[in-house]
Design a protein around this ligand. Structure first.
Ligand code: IPD
Ligand code: CA
Ligand code: CA
Ligand code: CA
Length: 267
């Protein structure tokens, strides 16, 4: 079943990606949500409509959670965990700011959950035409080629990345402190602006690790399956296995994980 779901998700993600890429150089509406860094465009809404329509048509008994329809502070409502059965967790454009500014680091992210457990993930970057796919115990792939995490074993050799909500950034705040320590300890660091793709970059060995506070399930649901299947590990900042109801995520190639947790946790 999961293999079929991955194939369907990849098909829908490609369709949504083509739609979104086609809108990029046309005029479209942009609305501010909570602040000037929290934006939604007509492309986000159109992508989400397409994805919800395809899933509802082909899998009418599956539940769907998506950012622009369900983006309240508590995405699972009264439940702390995802509901039972199969569910699809969608980010119609992850990296909306990059999309608006014409930077090619954004993606359609589709995670599939069964009885609360993430079982499959698809992340598609329509500008680079990279389709990342994985299902539980089936390995991780980009455009059908197997991927795996990098082999850096020391923080000094690691290229790390993070992201943050604009509201978290002020002098002396946790993320500012963390970045200061990471820059002093690792080879270097990046802030690229699409959590789903950042997780895929760790999965394909282009980044060694990534951490992020304030994430929602749609940012992480697909990428965590891809990363785990590529040999990586995803925990909370306390080192517990990451669950979709957690907001802080620490991801790595496994080898540097304890070191990264040390940097992130000691704020
Ligand atoms: C955002 C991106 C970004 C991360 C933000 C997310 P969006 O998602 O994943 O990398 O730093 O926390 O909100 O709003 O572009 O889908
Ligand atoms: Ca958003
Ligand atoms: Ca997102
Ligand atoms: Ca989004």
């Amino acid at each position: 079943m999961e293999e079929l779901l991955v194939q369907s998700a990849a098909l829908y993600a490609r369709e949504a990606g083509e739609l979104v890429a086609g809108l990029m150089n046309k005029p479209y509406g942009i609305q501010q949500k909570v602040n000037r860094s929290d934006l939604v465009t007509e492309a986000d809404v159109s992508s989400e409509k397409l994805l919800r329509g395809r899933i509802g048509r082909d899998y009418p008994d599956h539940w769907i959670l998506s950012e622009e329809s369900d983006g309240a502070n508590d995405p699972f409502g009264v439940c702390e965990e995802p509901p039972a059965g199969y569910g699809w967790i969608i980010d119609p454009i992850d990296g909306t700011i990059n999309f608006i500014h014409g930077t090619s680091h954004f993606a359609i992210s589709i995670g599939i959950v069964k009885d609360g457990v993430p079982v499959a993930g698809v992340v598609y970057n329509p500008l680079t035409d990279e389709m990342f796919t994985a299902r539980l115990n089936g390995g991780a792939y980009v455009n059908g080629e197997r991927i795996q995490v990098g082999s850096e074993a020391a923080l000094g050799d690691a290229l790390l990345a993070t992201g943050f909500q604009a509201s978290e950034w002020r002098p002396g705040s946790g993320v500012v402190e963390q970045i200061g320590r990471v820059v002093g300890t690792s080879r270097s660091m990046r802030i690229m602006g699409a959590a789903s793709l950042d997780l895929c970059m760790v999965a394909s060995g282009k980044l060694t690790g990534f951490w992020h506070g304030g994430l929602y399930p749609w940012d992480a649901a697909a990428g965590i399956v891809i990363l785990s299947e590529a040999g990586g590990v995803v925990t909370t900042d306390e080192g517990r296995p990451y669950r979709l109801s957690d907001t802080t995520l620490v991801a790595s190639n496994r080898l540097i994980h304890d070191g990264l947790l040390g940097i992130v946790a000691s704020v």
